[in-house]
Design a protein around this ligand. Structure first.
Ligand code: AMP
Length: 444
């Protein structure tokens, strides 16, 4: 088997030849055609097997065909556990892509962030990054992912060993769902498999059937009971906004003969673990949870998620429905929506860029109709903040940019809220990945 037979184009073949490679390594033989075909790829490969070329070569070929990255945009993101590996991968990207009209850059912690922000202003077809520094740059609006086509996790097992799981999840929550995922790992322990499942979930979100029942608020418990009984749902995760709401609903369901339990922040860890074990074992049919309590739940492939209340943070909706339809399994997410929740509904539809189908259930037609949702507007990204130039050499600065920058009260308060204590490769202390600010309803 030759590199040409794998479907690689001439400019890459020339680069390969000048590196002195004659035959593809086994991982290259398998991965290159699959990546070129646009498939998600999960590969067991250690350093030294030629894995970098296995993903870089087809990646560059695909990127060369599309539109170049715009300002601050990234088309392919390679995440690596260490700055050394990031630098090596970036080097390979430059070498193999020397004859292609593509741009690439690398960012990692432990060095000044401003030059990296400057480089990102031009956009990069390929960005190689360590997770912590990437999050810093994203928070400072120096990098955007609207154009992202491919995500590559290199040495995924090492990233997990080094405690990057929350950073990775957080990063993945920013990325467009419609993307190609490539994952390389020396080992495939359970944790890696579930990370891979999470990735698959992102790409197969279309397998989750999403619908909503318009209903009056007072009728929600009875409608939930009706849906569980008539559809014979055997394992349902129900989301409520408040702890009190969870308790009340679980009690109500139990009163109606449906086994149910509630988990939320006021329950002890022991009680939560017990409830979860019973739910997984099928002894409890319905688990009623708040968003925060549900976040740490290790439940795979749930067939049914119910949004008893819509979340007031639209992103929570995406996380909730991500609990179902995992790894190519089909699932359903149904929302019980009353007229008061129209603003939450519109925020969710705006974020997901999709109107949720409405289905009316006999006997539960609302007297207070849920207004029709407005038309979808395109998602907008905020303008990236200009990098500070204080650390630059004066000669490198344009005169206008040399003026001292006046920070707004808002930027000061943001700084206060952002932990600055460095940890792994100069990253900020870890934050709760789900801890986002409230989403605002844009003005009509
Ligand atoms: P990696 O596993 O990506 O760290 O690559 C290990 C080393 O193998 C690097 O020095 C590559 O330059 C080299 N290499 C990659 N592919 C080939 C190949 N097909 N033939 C010979 N050497 C290769």
């Amino acid at each position: 088997m030759s590199f040409a037979e794998l479907g690689l184009e001439q400019r890459l073949l020339t680069a390969i030849e000048s590196k002195g490679y004659t035959v593809p390594s086994p991982i290259q033989e398998k991965a290159i055609p699959a990546i070129l075909a646009g498939n998600d790829v999960m590969a067991a490969a250690q350093t030294g097997t030629g894995k970098t070329a296995a993903f870089t070569l087809p990646l560059l070929q695909k990127l060369a065909k599309g539109q170049r990255a715009q300002a601050n945009q990234v088309r392919a993101l390679v995440l690596t556990p260490t700055r050394e590996l990031a630098a090596q991968v970036a080097e390979s990207v430059s070498t193999y892509g020397a004859d292609l009209p593509l741009t690439s850059t690398v960012v990692f912690g432990g060095v000044k962030i401003n030059p990296q922000m400057m480089r990102l202003r031009r956009g990069a077809d390929v960005l190689v990054a360590t997770p912590g520094r990437l999050l810093d740059l994203y928070q400072q609006k120096a990098v955007k992912f609207n154009q992202l086509e491919v995500l590559i996790l290199d040495e995924a097992d090492r990233m997990l060993d080094m405690g990057f799981i929350h950073d990775l999840k957080r990063i993945m929550s920013f990325l467009p769902k419609d993307r190609q995922n490539l994952m390389f790992s020396a080992t495939f322990a359970d944790q890696i498999r579930s990370l891979a499942k999470g990735l698959m979930n992102n790409t197969t979100a279309a397998t989750v059937k999403q619908w909503m029942c318009p209903v009056d608020k007072k009728q929600k418990p009875a409608l939930l009971q009706e849906l569980i009984v008539t559809n014979q749902w055997s394992q349902v995760l129900v989301f409520c906004r408040t702890k009190h709401g969870c308790n009340k609903l679980a009690k109500w369901l139990v009163g109606g003969g449906i086994s149910a339990d509630a988990i939320h922040g006021n329950k002890s860890q022991g009680a939560r673990t017990r409830a979860l074990a019973q739910f997984k074992a099928g002894e409890v049919k319905v688990l009623v949870a708040t968003d925060i309590a549900a976040r740490g739940l290790d439940i795979d492939q749930l067939p049914q998620v119910v949004n008893y209340d819509l979340p007031n943070i639209a992103e929570d909706y995406v996380h909730r429905i991500g609990r179902t339809g995992r790894a190519n399994q089909t699932g359903q997410a149904v929302s019980l929506v009353c007229a008061d929740e129209i603003e939450f509904l519109e925020s969710i539809e705006h974020l997901t860029q999709k109107h949720i189908d409405r289905e009316y259930i006999d006997g539960f037609i609302p007297t207070h109709e849920v207004p029709p949702s407005r038309d979808l507007r395109a998602l907008k990204n905020k303008k990236p903040k200009k990098p500070k130039l204080r650390n630059q050499e004066p000669s490198a600065q344009a005169p206008r940019q040399r003026k001292p920058q006046v920070k707004s009260a808002l930027s000061k308060s943001n700084q206060r809220n952002t932990p600055k204590s460095p940890s792994r490769d100069g990253q900020p202390a870890k934050q709760n990945p789900w801890n986002k600010g409230p989403s605002k309803r844009p003005a009509r």
